[in-house]
Design a binder for this molecule. Sequence first.
Ligand SMILES: NC(=O)c1ccc[n+]([C@@H]2O[C@H](COP(=O)([O-])OP(=O)(O)OC[C@H]3O[C@@H](n4cnc5c(N)ncnc54)[C@H](OP(=O)(O)O)[C@@H]3O)[C@@H](O)[C@H]2O)c1
Length: 263
Amino acid sequence: MRETSQDTIALPLSGQAAFVSGGGKGIGRAICLNLAALGASVALTGARDMAAAEATAADIRAGGGQALALPMELADRQSVDAAMERAVVALGRMDIVVNNAGASRRGRLLDLSSEDWAFVFAVQTLGFFHLAVAGARQMIRQGGGGVIIAIAGASALRCYPGNGAYGPSKAAVLSSVQQMAVEWAPHDIRVNAVLPGPIRPAEVDWQAKEPALAEEVGRIPLKRAGTPLEVAQAVAYLASARYVTGQNLVVDGGSTTTWYING
Ligand SMILES: NC(=O)c1ccc[n+]([C@@H]2O[C@H](COP(=O)([O-])OP(=O)(O)OC[C@H]3O[C@@H](n4cnc5c(N)ncnc54)[C@H](OP(=O)(O)O)[C@@H]3O)[C@@H](O)[C@H]2O)c1
């Protein structure tokens, strides 16, 4: 934080506009609330649950921040472009774009339909391309500078049976991040990925509903699931880390280094 000439404390992201896909629940909601708490104005999107997206925006406004909720389907380029355009009209500019929304269809590869494979890639990989390009075009129009952050997943680095196209689609996001980072660096646009491991809300008894996952997280180095806020904190770091681009920030309690450890 820096002090202004009026001796008031300026928040680190004051004056910056952010766009977050899938802000109504889970990790996306935490990212929106945290960016707003750091001073950013926030456009967030919903798809099938607009009420949840509206609730996040209302919570930000109730706390004194600026926010709006927009409908957006990541797999549909026109929908993404329209949402970005509405966000820029409402917020005046775009500085931070976070592609958080994701979707999966589980299944072992021998049973997976090509429709299921294509669906997961359409939302997670093609959708990231749509949103990142829409954000970068706006950043370039306003003179350059800005950051694009993909919420990928530790599954991009290690696979487990039955997870369908999820890991492959997230791995393609990591390569896309590097491609974008190289192509857009001349515009001072940084592009990075956050790779969460198992993330569950700390205040909910998810262990009762997911005993197998609870047993697994007991064997990773930090011996617990991460929280949505802990992913949001990684996003906030990347939003401000001005010499970091093309990188993967793994937020997984150490699980990818020692997955399925004992003791
Ligand atoms: N939770 C974890 O353990 C974990 C671990 C690693 C990575 N991740 C990644 O982190 C991100 C958030 O995960 P989460 O668990 O918080 O997800 P979540 O609770 O399932 O929420 C998914 C969000 O994505 C939106 N969405 C889904 N399909 C969409 C589409 N086709 N177009 C636009 N928006 C769409 C949803 O909006 P509506 O509800 O309005 O439809 C919702 O806001 C995802 O990319 C996920 O892969 C999560």
